[in-house]
Structure formats: structure tokens, C-alpha cells
Design a protein around this ligand. Structure first.
Ligand SMILES: NC(=O)c1ccc[n+]([C@@H]2O[C@H](COP(=O)([O-])OP(=O)(O)OC[C@H]3O[C@@H](n4cnc5c(N)ncnc54)[C@H](OP(=O)(O)O)[C@@H]3O)[C@@H](O)[C@H]2O)c1
Length: 292
């Protein structure tokens, strides 16, 4: 039985993008990199010298994301590829391309996600949309990319979860996994993010058991001002959300720090989980939290 909770956050020295070690010579894939936390993650990885494949759902969004990085970093080694995590066909096409075209993949950041889709929708393959996009897609992508990841000397998979993993039902709803009987937008999101933590932990456990030198860890951005509330169905924020958002959130750059730390820091070992020091502050630092 999994119970995933935050430990009391340990006070740690302030961690900033200046602490990102050189990523020269590394190849990274960042999913959902045209927006929010994913775009900042791709930008900072590129700034540290990594070659970054940004994934996006359309050519226009992918090209725009690459152009915005190049406007800041003219020499950035960035490009985009199409990837729709709500389509197993798209996931397979993308993974096959990386496995065959790249000598190795050093880092996969499972970042893309949707949140609180008001009415139940399904993916191309018939999975409930939040579970399909936030969990099944990244799960398939991670497994399918293992050949390229295993060709890297020190491969790493960082999965972006959420504090919501410990909210909602706080468990996997095995009786109605696809929310066919009782869809709730929030409960479905929370389950998908809990499943992300399970994916992270199980990948860490199996890699260690099989003697594979692969780091699997996770990050929680805190409450970051991004397109997340509207990336699914274009749901407008309600009055309460609009009122509290500026007071209780930080920007995407701060929201990306836990991901960047998990993805690059030498202290981000397998099974670790990075999050802002307090849920609703502007930390500029990420603290280690434990999942058990
Ligand atoms: N922001 C927060 O407060 C917060 C808190 C906890 C966890 N998170 C997590 O952080 C991650 C990044 O979210 P964000 O806040 O940066 O939101 P965002 O700005 O909305 O970015 C989400 C990204 O995911 C992409 N995406 C959505 N559905 C996809 C699909 N089917 N296939 C491929 N890509 C897809 C989006 O593409 P489009 O532009 O095409 O929609 C976008 O690039 C998510 O996993 C989210 O659950 C965020």
C-alpha cells in the first residue's frame, strides 16, 4: 500500500539556477516545454549547455518555444518535436525517433500535464484524459525511451508531480480507475499525480534492483502561475482562484526550481522529491521532501 506524504521540509541553503552544474554534452527531453514550468526548464538546461528537445503538441507552439529561447540564448542547442501524451501512437512515434536518431538520452523530464478538466474526456486510446495525459502517456514514454536512456552514462528521469498527490482521495481508485462511474475533476487530477510519484518510485526501485545506473526522482512546483488552469479545456478561473492566485503563488521561474534541481543536482538521488520550502511562498529554493 502506498502512502505518499510530505515530510517536514528540511531547511536547506537557497538553491538557484546558478547552482545548475554544467550540462555540456548532455541531451535532454522536456515534455510540455512550450509553456510554464517546462519552458523555463528547457531554457535553463540550454543555458547550462545541454542540447534540449522541447516537445509540444503543435508545430506552431514548438517553434515559438524554440524561438523564445533563441532570443535569450542565440547559441542554444534547442529544437522541438511533436508529442501528444494523450496519444499512445504519438508517444510511440516520438520514442522510436529518439531511440533510433540519438546516440543516447541523458535526461527525460516528464513535465507535461493537464489539470481539473471540468467534464470527463478520454484520450485517443480511451483513457480518462487526466490519467492518460499525466500518467499513462509519461509511463509509456519513459519505458519506451529506456533504450536511449540506458545508452547514457548517468541517465536521469525527473517526473513532475504535485502536492495534489496527497489530496483528493489520496489513493488510487482501483474500483473506478478511469472515473467512469464518478468523475470528479480534482480527484482525477490528484490520482494522476499520485500515480506519477508511484511511477518515479517504482522506476527507482527497479533500476536499483536490476543494477541499472538510472536516477528516477520527482519534483513539485508549488503553486506556480502558468497556463495549467486553462491548458485542458480552457476553463476560466473562478472568482476565488483569481483572487488568491497572486497572493499564494509564485512565477513559473520559481516553480521550475524543484524540477531543475531534481534534474541536474548531484544531491538529487533516486527516490528524492523536491518541492518549494513552503507551499505558497516565493522560495527561490527547493527543499528535499520524502515520499514513503
Ligand atoms: N503550476 C502549478 O502550480 C503546478 C503545481 C503542481 C504541479 N504542476 C505540474 O507542473 C507541470 C507543468 O505544468 P505548468 O504549470 O507549467 O502548466 P502549463 O503552463 O499549462 O504547461 C503544461 C504543458 O503540458 C502540455 N500538455 C498538455 N497536454 C498535453 C498532451 N496531451 N501532450 C503533450 N503535452 C501536453 C501543454 O501543452 P499545450 O500548451 O499544448 O496545452 C503545456 O506545454 C504539470 O505536470 C503540472 O501538473 C504545476
Amino acid at each position: 500500500m502506498y502512502a505518499l506524504i510530505y515530510s517536514k521540509h528540511r531547511k536547506m541553503a537557497k538553491w538557484t539556477v546558478a547552482d545548475i552544474p554544467s550540462q555540456q554534452g548532455k541531451l535532454a527531453v522536456v515534455t510540455g516545454a512550450n509553456s510554464g514550468i517546462g519552458w523555463i526548464t528547457a531554457l535553463e538546461l540550454a543555458r547550462a549547455g545541454a542540447e534540449v528537445i522541447l516537445t509540444a503538441r503543435t508545430k506552431a507552439k514548438g517553434q515559438d518555444a524554440v524561438d523564445r529561447i533563441r532570443r535569450q540564448l542565440s547559441q542554444a542547442k534547442v529544437r522541438f518535436e511533436l508529442l501528444d501524451l494523450a496519444s499512445q501512437r504519438s508517444v510511440r512515434t516520438f520514442a522510436a525517433k529518439v531511440n533510433s536518431n540519438e546516440t543516447r538520452l541523458d535526461l527525460l523530464v516528464n513535465n507535461a500535464g493537464v489539470m481539473r478538466i471540468p467534464r470527463r474526456q478520454v484520450t485517443e486510446d480511451g483513457f480518462e484524459m487526466q490519467f492518460g495525459t499525466n500518467y499513462f502517456g509519461p509511463f509509456a514514454l519513459t519505458v519506451l525511451l529506456l533504450p536511449a536512456l540506458q545508452r547514457a552514462a548517468y541517465p536521469r528521469v525527473t517526473t513532475v508531480s504535485s502536492g495534489a498527490a496527497n489530496m483528493g482521495l489520496k489513493r488510487i481508485n482501483f474500483g473506478d480507475l478511469q472515473w467512469e462511474k464518478s468523475y470528479g475533476p480534482w480527484n482525477a487530477y490528484c490520482q494522476s499525480k499520485l500515480a506519477d510519484l508511484m511511477l518515479m518510485l517504482e522506476l527507482a526501485r527497479r533500476s536499483s534492483a536490476d543494477g541499472i545506473r538510472l536516477i528516477s526522482n520527482a519534483a513539485h512546483p508549488g503553486f506556480a502561475r502558468t497556463n495549467l488552469q486553462t491548458s485542458g479545456p480552457g476553463r476560466p478561473l473562478n472568482f476565488l482562484e483569481r483572487s488568491i492566485m497572486p497572493l499564494m503563488s509564485h512565477d513559473a521561474a520559481n516553480g521550475a526550481l524543484p524540477t531543475l534541481r531534481a534534474a541536474t543536482s548531484p544531491d538529487a538521488s533516486s527516490g528524492t522529491y523536491f518541492a518549494p520550502e513552503r507551499l505558497f511562498n516565493h522560495p527561490g529554493e527547493a527543499s528535499k521532501a520524502c515520499a514513503r
